[in-house]
Each structure stands twice: as C-alpha cells, then as structure tokens.
Design a protein around this ligand. Structure first.
Ligand code: ADP
Ligand code: ASP
Ligand code: MG
Length: 409
C-alpha cells in the first residue's frame, strides 16, 4: 500500500474497554503511523460506560432534560481520548486529545441525536502536519450556543466518517470486536459468514434495521461523501469488510443479510374513528417530539366506523411517547392504549430481492414452521421486516439464516 495516506482509525467500546486494550489499540495506530501514514484517531467510551452514565440520568428523571443528558453521557469519551493520547505518547508518538467542542465538531441542537452540521479542520490539519496524532472523542459535538451534544448511540462511527470526509482521508477504518460485517450477528448465529464487500445500500438497510456494527448515519454519510469505510478487528489480524458502491458487487444475492432489533416497542390505539385526520392527530405530535415512528398498520374498519392503529417506535422513547399520546387522548379519541415492549424486529435484506418475488414467502413459511407469530409486517424494495415476540429472536434468526442458504459450510 502506498505511503503517506491519511487514515482515520475509529476504535469502539470493547477496543478501548480497559487500559490494556487502550494500549493495544494505540499500538495499532502507532503501527500505521510508523508505516508512514498520517493518522487521526476517533474513540468511543469504554464498553458499558455510556450505559452506566445513562442509567444515572434515568435514575433522577426518566423524562430527563436532553441537554443535561448529553452533558453526562458524553463524558465517557473524554476519559478514553486522554488515556489513548497518553498511551501513544508512552509508545513514543506525539499525540493530543480533543473533545468534540475543541475541534470543534458543530451540530444542531437536537440533544441526544444531534446531527453534525460542520467540522472545523484547522486544528486537526495542523496537528497532522506537525506529526501529532489527534485523538478525537466520537459521539459528541457542540451547538452554536456552546452546549455539548451527543449524536445518537453508536455515534462514534458517524463522527469518524464525518472527520474522514472533512479531512478528505484516504480511508476510514472502523476497528471493533468482530472482523467484519457478517450475514447476520455472529454472536447469535455462529454459522454467519463474513462478507469481503458489502454495498452501501445493503449496509444502510442492515444498519438501520439493527445491525449495530455500523451506525446508520455513518453509512449514509460515507455513501454521500464517498468515504472508503472498512470494518476490521482490533483483536485479530486479517479479514475485514469494505463498504463499496453497488456497481462493485459482482454477484447480487437475493438475501445478503439478516438484521434484528430489540430496541422497538409496539403501541396500539384501540377504537379510533375511521375518518380523515386521525393519523395526523397521532403522528403529528410524535413527530414534533422527534420520535421516529417505524412500522404502521391500521386495521380495516368494519361496519362500526372504528379502527385500531398499531405502530412501532424506539423503546427508549416509550416514556415520552406514552406521555404525549395520553395528553392527546381527547384529540385523537382512542378508547385505550396498549404497549408491547417484548418485541423484536427481524429483517431480511438483499439487492436481488428486487427481481425475486418469492422472498417474503420463504420468511413467512419459515417462521410459521417454527410456530412464530408475526405481529406486524413491513417491506421496501430491498428488505422485509416482521415484528415477533422477543423470546423467539434467536430461533427466528437461525432458522431464516438456514432458509435463505446463508449458513457457512
Ligand atoms: P463497537 O463498540 O466497536 O462500536 P458494536 O457493539 O457497536 O461495537 O458493534 C459490533 C457488534 O455488532 C458485534 O460485536 C456484533 O455482535 C454486532 N453485529 C450485529 N450485526 C452484525 C453483523 N451483521 N456483522 C457483524 N457484527 C454484527
Ligand atoms: N459511547 C457511545 C455509545 O455507547 C458512542 C459509541 O460507542 O459509538 O453509544
Ligand atoms: Mg458501535
């Protein structure tokens, strides 16, 4: 590989999970620098740390103020950037840590899931030109008013890609605890296969449907900015998956991957009027509170002019959604509200689905054979999702992986 490339290396929570791991991750960055590359590092908090911080926030107030939430949960990354820079210094390299606000990484003010609006590259470029490895906190930014924001769970991936785009880096390497993107989560399906390449489109679907290996926005951004992203292991040499444009995939699979998400909750509003404006009265207030509604089904009204509306939202937003729907109960006019939190969404994804009409039926039949009931279905051009009882997640994943012929030999 040619020398003096500009590389952004991102290390996830497990990769910086304790001091020894930080020292190991730093040695990977050092190796790239020693090979003649200019290196910028982006890190997550130590694994478990962000959850711990979040639990303290929720202990005080489950309907917390999002700005203070960000002040607390962003701190995990401040610890790891400092330790990482120290580890690099100890290994003989010049390094300096940067919080989001010090770069600065500008974001909008949607606390908890802020969007990056711009990155000032002055300090980073200067640092790189002086041979100093900048170690940047992922997951955080700063508003125009100077408040700290966070950019959504798993957001360090997005910070890394955004920095790679801003610096016009040759590559963005996402170092994690798996050696690439698999046909499904290898922790749940040991027969899952690693892919050498995956298209942006498929990776985007898999990520947005729950495959946590890359945050959805990081894939969106990489696709838009044409950043070369590679997923590699911190703990094992070799392997890896490169995310590439669709044209580079020679053989399109009907189903290339299966994702699951346990982060959903299902809400049903019973006995609402079947008349114009009802959907708007439900989803308008939720949208205003920035709650993402995903799957939606409305049952057909019989003779009664009453119907039921079922939809899913992120489980983390349930307290807020419930509050809003209860406040709006008179305006919406439902009889009662039912919440199901023990659900999982299972999705099959593949570019080849566009030309293979039988794909959904394989999914329905496979789940039926296992006695798994489907609560909600939604489809798009290259994916089919079903909502099932959470207890059947692993069974469903394994059965579908076999049914779509994805098992490793
Ligand atoms: P990091 O802390 O490095 O950001 P994450 O836990 O966010 O790591 O993402 C890596 C994890 O994603 C893996 O340990 C794996 O369990 C999970 N995962 C889910 N789906 C997939 C998939 N299709 N391929 C690889 N890993 C997956
Ligand atoms: N530490 C943050 C989280 O746990 C960001 C990240 O890991 O990417 O969500
Ligand atoms: Mg992650």
């Amino acid at each position: 590989m040619s020398k003096n490339q500009l590389l952004v290396l991102k290390f996830g929570g497990t990769s910086v999970g304790d001091v020894a791991r930080i020292q190991h991750a730093a040695s990977i960055a050092a190796r790239e620098a020693a090979a003649g590359h200019r290196v910028a590092v982006v890190v997550s908090a130590m694994s478990g740390q962000t959850n711990q911080l979040l639990s303290w926030v929720k202990e005080i107030d489950p309907l917390y103020d999002a700005a203070e939430h960000d002040t607390v949960v962003s701190t995990g990354e401040q610890v790891t950037i400092g330790l990482f820079a120290l580890a690099l210094q100890k290994q003989g390299y010049k390094s300096r840590s940067y919080c989001g606000w010090q770069v600065p990484i500008h974001t909008d003010a949607t606390h908890g899931k802020a969007r990056i609006t711009g990155i000032d590259t002055t300090i980073l470029t200067q640092s790189l030109s002086e041979g100093v490895i900048p170690v940047i906190a992922g997951f955080q930014g700063v508003t125009d008013a100077g408040r700290i924001t966070t950019i959504g769970r798993g957001g360090s991936d997005t910070a890394a890609v955004a920095i790679a785009a801003a610096l016009n880096a040759d590559r963005c390497d996402i170092y994690t605890d798996v050696d690439g993107v698999y046909t499904t989560d290898p922790r749940i399906v040991p027969k899952a296969k690693r892919m050498d390449k995956i298209s942006f489109e498929e990776m985007l679907e898999l990520a947005s449907l729950g495959a946590k290996v890359l945050q959805t926005r990081s894939v969106e951004l990489a696709m838009k900015e044409r950043v070369r992203v590679r997923v590699v292991s911190t703990f094992k040499d070799g392997g890896g998956t490169t995310v590439v444009p669709e044209e580079e995939i020679v053989e399109q699979q009907v189903v290339s991957g299966i994702a699951y998400s346990r982060d959903e909750a299902k809400i049903t509003l019973f006995s609402i009027d079947d008349k114009p404006g009802v959907s708007a009265s439900i989803f308008g207030p939720l949208a205003k509170a920035a709650i993402n509604v995903d799957m939606i089904v409305q049952s057909i009204a019989g003779d009664s002019n009453k119907t039921d509306m079922t939809f899913t939202i992120p489980r983390s937003e349930l307290p807020l959604a419930r509050k809003i729907l209860e406040e709006q109960s008179a305006a919406i006019g439902y009889k009662n509200l039912h919440i199901d939190e023990v659900v999982a969404k299972i999705s099959v994804v593949g570019l080849g689905m566009r030309s293979h009409p039988g794909t959904a039926q394989i999914m329905f039949q496979t789940l039926a054979d296992k006695g798994i009931n489907i609560k909600v279905i939604s489809t798009s051009e290259i994916k089919i999702s079903v909502l099932i009882d959470e207890a059947y997640t692993e069974l469903a994943l394994r059965a579908l992986h076999t049914a779509y012929d994805l098992d490793a030999a």
